[in-house]
Design a protein around this ligand. Structure first.
Ligand code: NAD
Length: 476
């Protein structure tokens, strides 16, 4: 449990921002302009459901409009409140700046337990909420572009896009009003798994630098590293699946809302996910040990801890007992400011949220560009690329035959060389490049300045500097 001395989520973000700003040379006025949340719209609307009128409360915060549109997910959870939405909107500003997606920061939320409603009821509620935001330009391709977050996914984004189109029948760019849509409704390949994929790419980059892994007291690559994941939703599931299936990590524990599963020999993530989807809970899963007090496993020994559920789970109360030497914040704000100070003191390396989970907004950016250009990535180039590669292969084979050199190209090489990049391959390449480039920028500050000894402060310095430059170029 969090203690009473713990600041709120929003204050926690501001304290982290202040810590970085103290190391920068910004005027107090500009510091304040960057820090504050520009606006928060609160709406209470009624929907007739099950024979009576239900009233819902929703939020859309805009933290910074130094670039437009502003961008940030819409969360469905009972815990949604103004403080949380504003903290998440602020994180979006810094995240977008860090990974160079040309957006300001925003976030939305609806106080609702999505599991309490049938699909057709959720559609009615979502459309009504979207209507309220659309009529105030808080959903708009040029001004404010939401995406999925906790409790929402492709389905909700498709309803929002359709609602916008119904209300803006002549807007040719209407599909760009929201990202995270299913591919058949203007989405992009690779968006569903993008945030988890980004977590995987972030860890791969980190493990490429022996000096960086040494700071966490680790060595070697990802192969064989023992990992604990909290939250097996969109982000946690994909991150854990890719890390275990593609990088040889051993997932020793999965912590969910109703307990945790653990097995030191490693868990099968796909199997657990299928169980959860069918039964709505991890309870009763037969192939691993079950613990009712899931959060206790955050303190278990492992190499990498991945909190991928919600904010504030590592706090001043449990931070002193955390054993993981490396934490990657797949969720937004899982470590409070107080816990961050304790963990830094202990020498724990933290790969911060604004970088670690930026894969989602990165691929959302690609989707938005795709929607505005009205063409799928790779459609024009793919076959031309294949034809040029074929020309080269045929010429090499002809030369080899003519000169009697006896060269042969392997079938595997030919297959791979002759396959042009489709949309998914291009999305992955763009995401990988983004995660590497942003890491270099953070790392340069982390290693290059004596007064910066953690990745989070480094990340904030990079992004605040970029936001400051954008404001200055607007004449502020
Ligand atoms: P989700 O709703 O798909 O999954 C959340 C999971 O966490 C669920 O399986 C839920 O049962 C579990 N959970 C809830 N409360 C828990 C608790 N107390 N202990 C353990 N598990 C708990 O949400 P998501 O989209 O995966 O988002 C998770 C986090 O990642 C959030 O902080 C979100 O802001 C962040 N994030 C998501 C995206 C995205 O693209 N979806 C992008 C960036 C950041």
């Amino acid at each position: 449990m969090q203690t009473d001395e713990e600041p709120s989520f929003r204050d926690s973000v501001d304290l982290m921002v202040n810590r970085a700003m103290r190391l920068m040379d910004l005027s107090p006025g500009l510091e304040q302009k960057i820090r504050v949340c520009n606006s928060t719209y609160i709406v209470r609307f009624g929907v007739r459901l099950r024979g009576k009128i239900e009233t819902f409360t929703g939020y859309r915060s805009v933290h910074s409009e130094h670039m437009e549109p502003v961008k940030g997910g819409i969360r469905y959870a009972l815990s949604v409140n103004q403080d949380e939405v504003e903290a998440l909107a602020a994180l979006m500003t810094y995240k977008c700046a860090l990974v160079e997606t040309p957006f300001g920061g925003s976030k939305g939320g609806l106080c609702i337990d999505p599991r309490a409603w049938e699909e057709h009821e959720l559609e009615q509620i979502t459309r009504r909420f979207a209507y309220e935001l659309i009529k105030r330009n808080l959903i708009h391709p040029a001004q404010n572009v939401p995406a999925p977050d906790m409790g929402t996914g492709e389905r909700e984004m498709a309803w929002i896009a359709d609602q916008y189109t119904r209300m803006n029948t002549t807007d040719i760019n209407s599909r760009a009003c929201v990202t995270g849509k299913p591919p058949h409704a203007g989405g992009i390949q690779g968006r569903v798994e993008a945030t988890g994929r980004g977590v995987q790419y972030a860890l791969r980059v980190f493990f490429r630098y022996p000096e960086d892994t040494a700071k966490a007291g680790l060595s070697g690559g990802l192969e064989g590293k023992r990992v604990i994941v909290q939250g097996l939703g969109n982000v946690g599931y994909h991150a854990a699946k890719f890390l275990s299936e593609e990088d040889g990590c051993i997932i020793t524990a999965v912590i969910e809302r109703d307990g945790a599963l653990h097995d030191d020999r490693g868990l099968c993530i796909e199997d657990i996910r299928q169980w959860m989807v069918k039964r709505g809970s991890i309870k009763g899963y037969p192939s691993a040990a079950y613990t009712e007090d899931g959060s206790a496993l955050l303190e278990a020994a492992c190499d990498i801890l991945i909190p991928a559920a919600l904010e504030g789970v590592i706090h001043m109360g449990n931070a002193p007992r955390i054993k993981a030497p490396l934490i990657i914040e797949a969720a937004n704000g899982p470590i409070t400011f107080g816990a961050d100070e304790i963990l830094r003191e202990k020498g724990v390396v933290i790969i911060p949220d604004m970088y670690a989970n930026a894969g989602g907004v990165t691929v959302s950016y690609f989707e938005w560009v795709k929607n505005l250009s009205h063409i799928r990535f790779g459609r024009m180039q793919r076959r031309a690329e294949e034809a040029r590669s074929l020309l080269l292969v045929e010429e090499l084979e002809r030369l080899s035959a003519d000169k009697g050199l006896g060269w042969t190209l392997t079938e595997d090489f030919k297959d791979r060389f002759l396959t042009g990049s489709d949309e998914l391959a291009l999305v992955r390449s763009g995401l990988d490049d983004t995660m590497r480039t942003a890491y270099q920028a953070m790392r340069a500050v982390w290693h290059g300045r004596d007064d910066v000894n953690d990745l989070r402060t480094a990340a904030y310095i990079v992004s605040i500097d970029r936001v400051a430059k954008a404001y200055r170029s607007k004449g502020l």
